[in-house]
Design a protein around this ligand. Structure first.
Ligand code: NIG
Ligand code: FE
Length: 430
């Protein structure tokens, strides 16, 4: 035993010092910040968080490995809680049509939109889908993402929905972080069911969902409740089938019109209701009572030229936590940067930088049903991101920069990279 170590001293695997911590725990300091902090991990858990001055001994005697972070900031690993990462093709031509004035909804009504991606996804092989989604996830990962949700929903038949979910699981196998999969069979009414949406909902409830559950391919169920997709009544049927199958639900709610989607999601104790641009006051109140998280998707808002801002003030007043996500998909948000979403949420929806960072950490964790991540606290999963920034607001302030210098997933170092030069000191404030 090296000199100075006693039996009562902790023996951590890793200890990071000379770092500032944005713990995102509810504390007196903004961001739950601890300046000149230290953080230790053992196995896949965080085992110590605090001020370096309060460490119970000299760092080199407390852990197998001690790393100085040169005044970088540590945040929880970031969480992208709403993506459609697995899809075939792209929709650049629709982007150009929208630039000429056609709306997202009008294109969908003419048979484009989601249905055109369904065609491309049905035509793609599982290997092709896996490879494309893997590179999208790699882009997210370099920005400090350690947990991601992936929805199906571009198959709309059993075979292709299974193919998408299998691809998502394969992406997960090659990813050092965590992937959650969500079955979104109720994303659009497929062409062969045009005018027969109820019959398609029967297929979802009686054939697709049971098979997907049997194959263990989904962690949750989602639906698109909207005038171009499914009615509230049809959404209720999907949610009842999910409840029977024992899966939690989420909802694309009130994106283009007020369908009372938020209240419906709350009625089923949904993990989250997402988009929410047109949600009414009663819907937000119902979400507050049910503990349903609001997931705001500023990338989709920006990219589709939306004009109605989601009810941020009311979420604040009612105590509904607001998460943020990329919504990465080929139609409404072809985005693989969660950091950019921070900036968009601040500029477009007037979130504070602290609310924005909470939205991709602690609140995003809850939107996926996780209680073991999203903050830096003892006992939490050791998912960490390291940043060459002066203060946490830099993550919202810069547009298109990536100051992430390292990622740890479950206690294992998963990525180390050189930061972009941000100007200023480029160093954390002492
Ligand atoms: O979250 N709103 C529905 N689903 C996606 C868009 C999907 C698409 O256009 O391909 C969304 O915005
Ligand atoms: Fe979406």
């Amino acid at each position: 035993m090296p000199t100075g170590i006693t039996d009562t001293m902790p023996h951590w695997d890793e200890l990071w010092v000379n770092a500032h911590l944005a713990t995102l725990t509810v504390a007196a300091e903004p961001y739950g910040a601890i300046l000149d902090g230290a953080l230790a991990t053992t196995g896949d858990r965080i085992t110590w968080v605090g001020r370096r001055a309060d460490l119970p001994g000299p760092p080199e005697q407390l852990a197998r490995r001690v790393t100085s972070l040169d005044s970088a900031w540590i945040t929880p690993g970031l969480i992208d809680c709403h993506t459609h990462l697995v899809f075939g093709g792209h929709r650049a031509a629709e982007f150009q049509r929208r630039l000429q004035g056609e709306s997202y909804e009008a294109i969908a009504r003419k048979g484009g939109g989601i249905l055109s991606t369904v065609e491309a996804t049905r035509a793609a092989t599982e290997d092709q889908l896996t490879a494309a989604a893997t590179s999208r996830l790699a882009a997210l990962h370099t920005e400090g993402i350690t947990t991601v949700e992936i929805k199906s929903g571009y198959g709309l038949d059993l075979e292709t929905e299974l193919k998408i979910l299998r691809a998502a699981r394969r992406v997960a196998d090659a990813f050092p972080g965590t992937v959650r999969t969500t079955f979104l069979g109720a994303h659009a009414v497929p062409r062969d069911y045009a005018g027969r949406a109820d019959a398609y909902v029967d297929l979802i409830c009686h054939q697709m969902l049971p098979r997907i559950v049997e194959a263990g391919l989904a962690d949750a169920v989602d639906a698109f409740c909207e005038r171009i997709a499914f009615t509230p009544q049809q959404t209720v049927r999907v949610f009842e089938a999910a409840r029977t199958a024992g899966l939690p639900v989420k909802l694309h709610a009130d994106q283009l019109s007020d369908s009372d989607g938020a209240a419906l999601a709350a009625r089923f104790s949904a993990l989250s209701a997402d988009h929410l641009e047109h949600t009414n006051a009663a819907g937000i109140e119902a979400m507050a009572k049910a503990g349903t998280i609001a997931v705001l998707l500023p990338g989709a808002w920006y990219f589709t030229h939306a004009t109605v801002v989601p009810p941020v003030d009311q979420c604040r007043a009612s105590g509904v936590p607001m998460a943020l996500a990329t919504d990465c998909n080929p139609g409404s948000s072809p985005a693989t940067s969660l950091l950019l979403m921070l900036n968009l949420a601040c500029t477009l929806f007037r979130l504070t930088p602290e609310e924005a960072l909470s939205g991709i950490t602690r609140h995003a964790a809850r939107a996926l049903g996780f209680g073991d991540r999203g903050t830096l606290a003892v006992g939490q999963r050791a998912d960490l991101a390291f940043w060459a920034i002066s203060e946490p607001a830099d993550l919202s302030y810069w547009m298109g920069a990536n100051p992430c210098i390292g990622v740890v997933c479950g206690g294992r170092s998963a990525l180390t990279r050189r930061p972009a030069t941000l100007g200023g000191s480029g160093r954390a404030r002492q």
